[in-house]
Design a protein around this ligand. Structure first.
Ligand code: NAD
Length: 488
């Protein structure tokens, strides 16, 4: 049953072209009969420059937590240090774990090399290298931690399959680089394979991200829904939007367990601001995803089909205008008026859009189910001690560290930038000042204690070494939870 009550949403008009494209979007939504109860908040440049380093005032969170639905125009992040990315703050604070970006081509009305492209990128939004844990460790070496969790993988992969099922998609593809990152990306792939078995009606496949990305850029019609970890998703969702025709057309949904955010994928385009030239389509597509999410699929369908008809009729903003294809170059307001004039109509050449009503308003159901698992039996079997050292060759370091052996621990391997260089290194290998020195139990596979690690560190410190950090080497239910040195 359609729900005729209004849904409270929070709206931010943003910076640059933001206010113009938001006004155009809200005009279309209102005329289409969207049942919305709008709360407006201020975010972005003014808030940043007013001294709030996050770009969002504390009281704005109250609105977001009350409505749980955020329609957001792009903002400008002021140049210079100290300003935190508002997008990352909102995503992390509200737990928006899934970023969903449909990338569709509108051939022959919008120029593209890929006339039959219709893919959806589902990007994990909270983990991976975006945990923001970075350290400079030595003169020469910097580190960024890549964190991937099983619950994080389960949530995003299940979301991708649920999305596919709800939207009548036939296949979910997973991209990872698990031939190299066997533990982190390996977990993502493994969870993908496990969850895929629960969705027998949907085809599944895995590609190594490099060749998968090449294939997507060359033959996007081979893909349907693609799910991937944060970094690959960040890069490839922009590639996908661009090759579909224009980054000015795509919208995205950021989905959490309780809150959601919908936006255009482009930025605030400050040079185009205030001229009534910007294309409001990206934000309008974000708003369409929002309407489906809040259970107003009927309105979403009406707006989407009127938009397709407008594109088909050749009323184009400057960014997609092309002589011979477009019939008229229009401004932001005129474009919105053209969509409004076509409400109730649909495209005749492009595919008419239909949203499944029975599942509407239910976008995240099932997605957040995380399997209950008993804690594994964990045993520490060794420790990697990382050193800042530039005192000579790997052989010399090996000799010095062997003197630290004892108390049940012995030096097993030294690596530099992941490559094993002791024992048995070759003089051609370039070494930095950052060394990973692996100590294992004297008894093959035997367990060691925290105490043994502490006393080892004491010996290392007493010998005058600058240790940066340690990583415990553990097994989980007997399975090795650490990678070997390359070439070891
Ligand atoms: P941008 O996306 O704003 O602009 C890139 C190019 O695309 C420009 O040439 C612009 O003219 C064009 N363009 C973008 N959107 C358009 C539209 N709707 N219609 C017509 N043309 C459009 O990227 P940028 O220039 O790198 O960034 C500008 C500002 O936006 C920066 O402050 C950046 O931090 C911010 N930004 C915000 C978001 C966001 O709020 N989600 C995302 C990206 C960038």
């Amino acid at each position: 049953m359609p729900d005729n009550s209004s849904t409270p949403i929070t709206v931010a008009h943003g910076d640059g072209i933001g206010p113009e494209i938001m006004a155009a979007t809200l005009h279309v939504l209102k005329e289409a009969g969207a049942r919305l109860d709008i709360e407006t908040i201020e975010i972005g440049e003014k808030v940043y420059l007013g001294g709030v380093s996050t770009g969002i005032a504390p009281e704005s969170w109250d609105s977001l937590r009350r409505t749980k639905v955020f329609l957001k125009a792009p903002i400008t992040t002021p140049q210079g240090g100290g300003y935190k990315s508002l997008n990352v703050t909102v995503r992390k604070t509200l737990g928006l774990y899934a970023n969903v970006r449909p990338c569709v081509s509108y051939h022959p009305f919008v120029r593209t090399k890929h006339p039959v492209m219709d893919i959806v990128i589902v990007r994990e939004n909270e983990e991976d290298l975006y945990a923001g844990i970075e350290h400079r460790q030595t003169d020469q070496v910097y580190q960024c931690l890549k964190l991937i969790s099983r619950p994080g993988c389960e949530k995003i992969v299940r979301y991708a399959f649920e999305y596919a099922r709800r939207n009548n998609r036939k296949k979910v593809t997973c991209f990872t680089k698990d031939n190299i990152m066997k533990l982190t990306d390996g977990l993502f792939h493994k969870v993908f394979d496990e969850i895929a078995t629960e969705y027998k009606d949907i085809e599944n496949e895995h590609w190594i991200v490099d060749i998968g990305a090449a294939k997507m850029a060359d033959t996007p019609e081979a893909f349907d829904v693609i799910v991937m970890p944060n970094l690959y998703g960040d890069i490839l969702s922009d590639v996908a939007a661009q090759i579909a025709g224009s980054v000015g057309l795509a919208g995205s949904a950021n989905i959490g367990e309780t809150c959601t955010m919908f936006e255009a994928i482009h930025g605030s385009a400050p040079r185009r601001a205030g001229q009534n030239v910007a294309n409001p389509s990206g934000l309008l597509h974000g708003a369409i995803l929002m309407l489906v999410h809040i259970g107003q699929s009927d309105i979403a369908e009406k707006v989407h089909n009127a938009w397709l008809k407008t594109i088909e009729d050749g009323l184009h903003t400057y960014d997609i205008f092309k002589e011979g294809v477009s019939s008229e170059k229009v401004g932001t307001k005129e474009f919105a008026d053209a969509v409004v004039a076509r409400l109730g109509q649909g495209p005749t050449k492009l595919k008419v859009v239909k949203y499944g009503r029975e599942d509407a308003g239910d976008l995240e159901t099932g997605a957040t189910k995380v399997s209950a698992r008993a804690a594994a039996k964990k045993e520490t079997v060794g420790v990697d001690v990382f050193l800042h050292w530039s005192g000579g060759t790997p052989e010399q370091l090996g000799e010095k560290l062997k003197a630290m052996n004892g108390d049940g621990l012995k030096l097993a391997m030294i690596s530099n930038r992941g490559l094993a260089v002791w024992p048995g290194g070759v003089p051609e290998t370039f070494c930095t000042d950052h060394w990973r020195c692996r100590f294992m139990s004297e008894q093959d596979g035997g367990a060691i204690s925290h105490k043994q690690i502490i006393s080892l560190l004491q010996r290392v410190a007493d010998a005058g070494f600058d240790f940066i950090k340690t990583e415990n080497l553990c097994t989980f239910d007997g399975q090795q939870g650490f990678s070997a040195g390359q070439g070891q």
